[in-house]
Ligand binder design. Structure first.
Ligand SMILES: [Zn+2]
Length: 283
């Protein structure tokens, strides 16, 4: 309940501050035992001035995938004037789930946890908290977000609200989609020499147990840093039913606090992950 109350506070706060974004209906749908919960729709009411940032990379043949995954394939099936005299185009695509801007469902590293189609809409929207660790990552490309980084942020901006979507800003977006710079290695199928920043197990544990966040995202290929062999951050977040967002674009366009996030993954039944369109609504 505290999470729901927190959301209510947040919505009321946003209204008082004259924020352009109103979230309506989410509380209603979240009420346990509501007879029509399944058919309730959550609405985003967006007056004209709301600035939006697209945190999603377009998918093409250069999109970064995990080295062992199948890259994005897109082929034209029909392209031009059809026999009937009208213009007609259609194409087909195929790819692994984990590549490009995508969502990691808790089942990816959490046995028996939520699949991508089962994540509630309420959890896929929420206040965005942006933790900037660019300086540390520029010094050490294997840097991991520390609990102290979170403490420093909270001292300046206040506690991370429950139900937040925490975004870790490493500055790695400037390397996209240059494989060698972005992943640390461009050898096909090889994961032994990867070097990029991530989230420490301690920070993951803190965000899950002490802050009750709904989701976590990062502007690198993985929640865990490149040298990781056990993917502890993935295990901790997945085990707590917290989803992940990877290869998040344009984090330099977001304020540390105040933006609202909407992250809608392709609804693959039973999916362990999926391409996701992430939109930030600026305060
Ligand atoms: Zn993934």
């Amino acid at each position: 309940m505290s999470r729901i109350r927190n959301n209510v506070d947040l919505i009321v706060g946003a209204l008082l501050l004259g924020s352009a974004l109103w979230l309506v209906g989410a509380r209603h749908a979240a009420q346990p035992g509501h007879a029509h919960a399944a058919t309730q729709t959550s609405k985003l009411i967006l007056p004209g001035q709301t600035a939006m940032v697209d945190l999603t990379y377009a998918f093409d043949e250069r999109t970064v995938y995990w080295p062992t995954a199948q890259a994005f394939r897109w082929e034209k099936e029909s392209w031009g004037v059809a026999a009937g005299g009208y213009w007609y185009t259609a194409a087909r695509y195929a790819a692994s789930e984990h590549g490009g801007t995508h969502l990691d469902s808790p089942i990816h590293f959490g046995q028996g946890k939520t699949t991508v189609d089962e994540i509630s809409l309420e959890r896929l929207m929420g206040p965005a908290v942006v933790l900037d660790i660019r300086d540390a990552c520029a010094q050490d490309r294997d840097y991991q977000l520390q609990v102290e980084d979170i403490a420093r942020w909270e001292k300046q901006h206040g506690g991370i609200p429950a139900g937040s979507i925490v975004l870790v800003h490493t500055g790695w977006g400037k390397f996209w989609p240059e494989l060698k710079a972005y992943l640390g290695d461009d050898t096909p199928g090889e994961t032994k020499n990867l070097h990029f920043p991530g989230i420490s197990p301690e920070a993951a544990e803190f965000l899950v147990t002490q802050r009750g966040i709904d989701g976590v995202g990062i502007d690198t290929a993985s929640l865990d840093h490149g040298p990781s062999r056990e993917f502890r951050a993935h295990q901790i977040f997945g085990g707590a039913n917290v989803y992940g967002l990877e290869n998040v674009a344009q984090l330099d366009k977001l304020p540390p606090t105040g933006a609202m996030l909407l992250a809608l993954p392709m609804k693959i039944k039973g999916g362990t992950g999926a391409p996701v369109r992430i939109v930030a609504f600026l305060p």
